[in-house]
Design a protein around this ligand. Structure first.
Ligand code: CAA
Length: 379
């Protein structure tokens, strides 16, 4: 196993780091305070190829490998976890799903603008009464011949208010349970499609989370993804990859908090010495560094397996389960190391602590990851 990064991977990591420092850091506190979507920054991320990183250049992507994706996600999330989730959803849930499963016409029409960052996408699976239990979809898509009639409500949709194209999962035949679920590409602005309430969130406040309301929306037949009844398997396959994105976001939140805590501990003095010289602080930093390294290795493992075409349900779930726990633990300790300064906005660590929590909830809660892992090892 080679632990060295290639020159290209190092370049991508550096480019993402520079972008985060120069473009994301300056107003990150204000965006968090005001729940402001980083629109200009996301546009630039698209121009840099960060929104369709692994997509074939013939469909507007950057044609990079998944390890580069982990590296870039970590750098973006270190500074702005909200921008990171926009990037994760567009890359992993939207572009990756379309590249793997959409028709050629769908790829030309939808994937190309999404991967090149001209527009962004959203993935609508969760509902008021169907979160972890994703087969219990209440949104229906009735087959009307040339089109499906879409009705229902989706909840907590990342990029919900800013996306142009939405992948919407809906029930077409309740009798068939998960085999009666389909995935559709829905365009913003179609009659009967309304963007609902914006959520006022604990963390990732710069990301744009909305409910979506579908009231007799006509979805052309050619906008169904894959064969009839493929929607649930599509969603599961896409989420496996998405979990690498969120694991990398969690990794970035953790390493961002760690770097701030380390810097602070080297400069802040108490009892006549820098606080890093007190074992109580030094041991916290040692734990953080070890756990972050382990989380990074799990992300790399899942990424390498993805690029090798292997089943990543287990490795993706392990990476997300572990990295999200590390994000939570590290950010709590980073606040503790900063003492009173950690509790105020200016020092960034309180925001990272709030941002960390969602990584244990979305794209499959930690409990769901344990279901996926335990089923896999029991096979
Ligand atoms: N990978 C691939 N296929 C999978 C899979 C996985 N990880 N898990 C299940 N499947 C397949 C099964 O093989 C089965 O297919 P076949 O019948 O063809 O064999 C089918 O899915 C049904 O499987 P189960 O009977 O195991 O289904 P279940 O009802 O017991 O639930 C579950 C499985 C793993 C709990 C699933 O419901 C799940 O992952 N739930 C969590 C959903 C989730 O992650 N939601 C996040 C919302 S998206 C989001 O947060 C986006 C955002 O904006 C940030």
């Amino acid at each position: 196993m080679d632990f060295n990064l290639s020159e290209e991977q190092l370049m991508i990591q550096q480019a993402a780091r520079d972008f985060a420092q120069n473009e994301l850091l300056p107003e990150v506190i204000e965006r968090d305070r005001d729940q402001k979507f980083p629109a200009e920054q996301v546009k630039k991320m698209g121009e840099m190829g960060l929104l369709g990183m692994m997509v074939d250049p013939k469909y507007g992507g950057a044609g990079m490998d998944s390890v580069s994706y982990v590296l870039a996600m970590e750098e973006i999330a270190k500074i702005d976890a909200s921008a990171a989730v926009v990037m994760s959803v567009n890359n992993s849930l939207v572009c990756a799903g379309l590249e793997k499963f959409a028709s050629e016409e769908q790829k030309v029409k939808y994937l190309t603008p999404l991967a090149s960052g001209q527009v962004i996408g959203a993935f609508a699976l969760s509902e008021p009464e169907a979160g972890s239990d994703a087969t219990s979809q209440k949104t229906t898509a009735e087959d009307k011949g040339d089109y499906y009639l879409l009705n229902g409500i989706k909840n907590w949709i990342t990029n919900g208010g800013t996306a142009t194209y939405y992948i919407v999962i809906a029930q077409t035949d309740p009798e068939k349970k998960h085999k009666g679920i389909n995935a559709f590409i829905v365009e913003r602005g179609w009659e009967g499609f309304e963007i609902g309430t914006k959520e006022d969130k604990l963390g990732i406040r710069g990301s744009d989370t909305h409910s979506l309301i579908f009231n007799n929306v006509k979805v052309p037949k050619e906008n169904r993804i894959g064969e009839d009844g493929f929607g649930f398997n599509f969603a599961m396959a896409v989420l496996n990859g998405g979990r690498i994105g969120i694991a990398s976001q969690a990794l970035g939140i953790a390493s961002g908090a760690y770097e701030l805590a380390l810097k602070y501990a080297k400069t802040r003095k108490a009892f006549k010495t820098e606080i890093i010289n007190h074992q109580a602080i030094a041991f916290k930093l040692a734990d953080m560094a070890t756990q972050i390294t382990a989380a990074r290795m799990l992300c790399f493992k899942a990424a390498c397996e993805k690029d090798a075409g292997k089943d990543i349900s287990e490795s993706g779930a392990m990476a997300k389960l572990y990295a999200s726990q590390v994000a939570m633990d590290t950010t709590i300790e980073a606040v503790q190391i900063h003492g009173g300064y950690g509790y105020v906005k200016e020092y960034h660590v309180e925001r990272l602590m709030r941002d960390a929590k969602i990584t244990q909830i979305y794209e499959g809660t930690s409990e769901i990851q344990k279901i996926v892992i335990s089923r896999s090892i029991a096979k």
